[in-house]
Design a protein. Structure first.
Length: 140
């Protein structure tokens, strides 16, 4: 189940994101939709990086009944990347959600041996989404 905190004026049908979450976990997920200004503040506070980014993931401390964690997505980034790549805002949002979910589940593309990329490709194919940044980068 997704607990949505939409801090933007944009609305989407989140049924696909619920299906993606259900495929990966039975735990609750917090999804925060925000803008570049707020995600830059969060990025600076928690990662020491003073710039906007597309998605951030914050796993929860494990205890019985705990949510898996929080995913923060910049709708400003969603819109600009979707325009640049020629797919819909919701497709880009879905790709970022998958990326964030995999980080919550412990995947880390910066240190693994391609496991996160492989899982992302699998999910993109299952849910008929366009190639994500991580997949496009792998193909270059």
């Amino acid at each position: 189940m997704i607990e949505l905190d939409n801090r933007t004026e944009h609305t989407y049908d989140f049924s696909l994101l619920e299906k993606i979450a259900d495929k990966l976990t039975s735990q609750e997920i917090e999804l925060i939709l925000t803008d570049n200004t707020e995600i830059a503040e969060i990025n600076r506070e928690f990662r020491g990086i003073d710039k906007a980014t597309d998605v951030l993931s914050f796993p929860s401390d494990p205890f019985p009944g705990a949510p898996l964690g929080s995913i923060v997505i910049s709708i400003d980034k969603v819109q600009s990347v979707a325009r640049e790549l020629g797919h819909s805002d919701f497709e880009e949002l879905s790709l970022l959600f998958i990326h964030g979910m995999l980080h919550l589940l412990g995947y880390d593309h910066e240190v693994d041996n391609g496991e996160m990329r492989a899982k992302e490709v699998e999910l993109i194919e299952i849910f008929s989404l366009p190639k994500s940044l991580i997949v496009r980068t792998l193909e270059e």
